[in-house]
Design a protein around this ligand. Structure first.
Ligand code: 13P
Length: 257
């Protein structure tokens, strides 16, 4: 099954409005010739619309880092999926930092995914276990539980628009990346297997699943050589034009069709 690789840069709370636009413009000039890989950048809400404008007509899509499920209302500090329609194409949902610092729950993740789909956004759903869970041998049960909870009530017709990202919490921003083999085991053996049990193997084989957690130019090939890994969700290395460009190039070389 040939799945188009997708590399997404999660800028987290980095870059001012001006820096974001300048970075996006520079990235667009450097990535103009890379084909066969979907490229996404996810700036802060502050910079999202300006970055989307700057990237119009380029091969780089824009994603939000979160989205509320209600269309509007008394939800101070939030931005809704409805408001992102026509501006962003993707939205990260369930990032472990949102789960840890903003009390994100599986139930809220599920509502957000449904809202994103309703407004034509493609959710990048992040799942992953903590170090304690990993050491206790709970990775498989925990991650498959997150996947099932995220997809509660979502039918097969929507699955082509959902991307998963396996981000073991112990690998995020720590420089301690999961080996390609371990990441592939969880992505194929747990996440894709869970998707197969929910929707059937034929659909599961078409769904893209990224790895995230200390992905860098020098370890990208290790991930992209694995059969079940369809790209990366990248933090730190997505903040540097050269690094992000190299990640996209490695993906294009190894899986760009
Ligand atoms: P790092 O690539 O900085 O480890 O961050 C990973 C991540 O959280 C992407 O969403």
């Amino acid at each position: 099954m040939q799945r188009t690789p997708i590399i997404a840069g999660n800028w987290k709370m980095n870059k001012s409005l001006q820096e974001s636009v300048a970075f996006a413009q520079e990235l667009a000039t450097h990535l103009a010739n890379v084909a066969g890989v979907e490229q996404v950048v996810c700036p802060t809400f502050l910079a999202l619309a300006a970055v989307a404008d700057a990237l119009k007509g380029t091969s780089i899509a824009v994603g939000a880092q979160d989205a509320h499920w209600e269309a509007q209302g008394a939800y101070t500090s939030e931005v809704s999926a409805a408001m992102l329609e026509g501006i962003a194409q993707y939205v990260i949902i369930g990032h472990s930092e949102v789960r840890a610092y903003l009390n994100e729950t599986d139930e809220r993740v599920n509502k957000k995914i449904k809202a994103a789909l309703a407004y034509g956004l493609k959710p990048i759903v992040a799942v992953g276990e903590s170090l304690e869970q990993n050491e206790a041998g709970e990775t498989e049960s925990f991650v498959s539980g997150q996947v099932r909870a995220a997809l509660d009530g979502i039918d097969a017709a929507n699955m082509q628009n959902i991307i998963f990202a396996y981000e073991p919490i112990w690998a995020i921003g720590t420089g301690k990346n999961a080996s390609g083999e371990i990441a592939n085991q969880v992505i194929g053996g747990t996440i894709r297997a869970t998707l197969a049990s929910l929707y059937g193997d034929a659909i599961a084989q078409t769904i893209r699943i990224q790895y995230g957690g200390s992905v860098k130019p020098d370890n990208m090939a290790e991930y992209m050589s694995q059969p079940d890994i369809d790209g990366a969700l990248v933090g730190g290395a997505s903040l540097k034009v050269d690094d992000f460009k190299k990640l996209v190039e490695v993906a294009a070389q190894q899986k760009g069709g």
